[in-house]
Design a protein around this ligand. Structure first.
Ligand code: NAD
Length: 489
């Protein structure tokens, strides 16, 4: 282990270095866990999720001061169970070395790719889905045969403590460990020489984490944020779009990395969209204050940030549509009504910053070209949502825009699809988890050339002016030089 960067730790600081050393040693003692071992590790997590379902729901709700029980089931527990089931079913196939093509110059040989565990994976967790975003990368890391250290979010302390307790019950400390603590712990954690580091959080902190990892040349997966746009085609029924978008935006009160951040709406349908969106929201959440289905904002700091966005928007001339069906006073709660913003301009925080809460600017556009250009003129988002029944047009929009993932005629559901990679692009992140891409993300794809008893090299070896090498040269000339390809051939 490289030690130069490991600073002395404060009294309350967990002994991160010792945990990592123990995990690395345990990994070296069992560097290639077999299929049964990996399945056993995944099964333990599956059982722990079932056994602790109620405790997880309670802990997450405590952190938010109210998180809808259904949201914790739907967005934390269910996708984890599905993700585990996915790898249970496919792990044997994923672990198998893959046969690859052997060039003439290497024959006879067997060429393959072996997917080898990298060792110890570090996982840094944000607060918004404090269980799912800790354990979903862990599932991929364990399936790939690794050990892992997790750093829970300081802003979801009840979930972090529960996570630490559950993980300590089912795994030895040298297999998987959860540490808790604030920014100082996070900062030391990301300086450790992991074999891979997964960071889920803001783009701003992502840059700091990548710099810290660069000191060790630790490969990173960055799951970051950004402003995920929605584009509604003029032909798509606006009430249907509003209802589907309201479902996604309502989840976790918009505190989701892939939450619809702003709507690009055909100009003549903006009013209809706002009215249909508000109707759906009122139907889903007829009251806010004591409604357990309506999730609160995680901290006062986040609420102040979001209130600031609204104030900034109104100060600069935007119109707000606040959806508070009973006109309740939410004063001493951290609940915040869903608010549509009309007339937003580029100098407003709602269009400059990731919203990450129950605020939704609706921006009119005149042509689809204009909507595409709007998206392409901004940093590449984590997700893009396009509403259109016309598949050809939808494919065209997907091909002409970049985003980490996308949904057509829906929002956010791509996160729940186990068999596709999840991750951002550029400022919204790099690397993936979920699916076979996730397995490979946490594996070293080692290219191996395997030679047998017949050593063809002996026949072509120097002195070079020999029959076999000349024959090889002629064969290559026949294959390539006389068949120039492409323009000018
Ligand atoms: P954050 O960046 O403030 O914190 C995330 C984690 O980083 C926390 O565990 C924190 O302790 C740690 N951290 C903070 N400062 C650090 C430092 N200097 N060095 C190392 N680690 C540090 O993010 P957050 O507020 O917890 O989460 C919200 C952000 O996360 C949003 O931008 C959202 O889009 C993004 N997010 C992305 C995904 C995704 O999958 N792409 C998922 C959820 C959230």
């Amino acid at each position: 282990m490289q030690e130069s960067h490991l600073k002395p730790v404060a009294a309350e600081m967990p002994d991160l270095e010792s945990i990592l050393i123990a995990q690395k040693q345990a990994y070296l003692a069992d560097p290639a866990p077999d299929h049964a071992t990996r399945i056993r590790r995944l099964d333990k997590l599956h059982n722990a999720l079932l056994d602790n379902r109620a405790r997880i729901i309670a802990a997450v709700s405590q952190d938010f001061s109210n998180r809808a029980e259904a949201e914790t089931e739907l967005a934390e527990i269910m996708p984890l169970l599905d993700g585990i089931a996915y790898y249970r079913k496919r792990l044997r196939g994923l672990m198998k070395p893959q046969r690859r093509h052997a060039p003439l110059t290497l024959m006879p040989a067997r060429i393959e790719v072996q997917y080898q565990p990298v060792g110890v994976v570090g996982i840094v967790v944000p607060w918004n889905f404090p269980i799912f975003l800790a354990l979903s990368p862990l599932v991929g890391a364990l399936a790939a045969g690794n050990r892992a250290m997790l750093k829970a979010s300081e802003f979801a302390p009840a979930s972090g403590d529960l996570l630490r307790e559950i993980i300590a019950e089912i795994y030895s400390a040298d297999e998987v460990t959860v540490v808790t603590g604030g920014v100082e712990v996070a900062s030391e954690f990301t300086k450790l020489p992991f074999d891979h580091l997964v960071f889920t959080g803001s783009t701003q902190v992502g840059k700091i984490v990548m710099k810290a990892a660069a000191e060790n040349l630790t490969p990173v997966t960055l799951e970051l944020g950004g402003k995920s746009p929605v584009i509604i085609h003029p032909d798509f029924p606006i009430a249907e779009a509003a209802s589907r978008i309201a479902f996604g935006k309502g989840i976790n009160a918009g505190q989701v990395c892939v939450s619809p951040d702003y709507i690009l709406c055909p100009r003549d349908q903006v009013n209809a969209f706002c009215s249909d969106f508000a109707d759906t929201m009122r139907g889903a959440y007829p009251s806010l204050r004591d409604n357990g289905d309506f999730t609160a904002i995680i901290t006062d700091r986040q609420k102040t940030r979001l209130d600031g966005y609204l104030k900034d928007a109104t100060d600069k001339g935007a119109e707000l549509i606040t959806i508070n069906p009973q006109a309740e006073d939410l004063g001493n709660t951290r609940k915040m009504p869903m608010t549509l913003v009309l007339g937003a301009t580029d100098d407003m925080l709602v269009l400059r910053e990731e919203i990450f809460g129950p605020i939704l600017p609706v921006i009119p556009y005149d042509t689809i070209e204009e909507a595409i250009a709007y998206v392409n003129a901004r940093p590449r988002p984590l997700a893009l949502y396009y509403f259109d029944w016309d598949k050809k047009r939808a494919d065209d929009v997907l091909a002409r825009t970049h985003s980490g993932g996308a949904c057509v005629n829906d929002t956010m559901s791509h996160v729940m699809a186990d068999d596709i990679p999840f991750g951002g692009i550029g400022p919204s992140g790099m690397g993936h988890y979920h699916g076979k891409e996730g397995f490979r993300n946490f594996s070293k794809a080692k290219g191996v050339v395997r030679k047998g008893r017949i050593n063809a090299t002996a026949f072509v070896a120097p002195p070079w002016d020999n029959f076999m090498f000349n024959a090889l040269r002629k064969m290559q000339a026949l294959r390539f030089r006389r068949r120039r390809i492409g323009p000018g051939s």
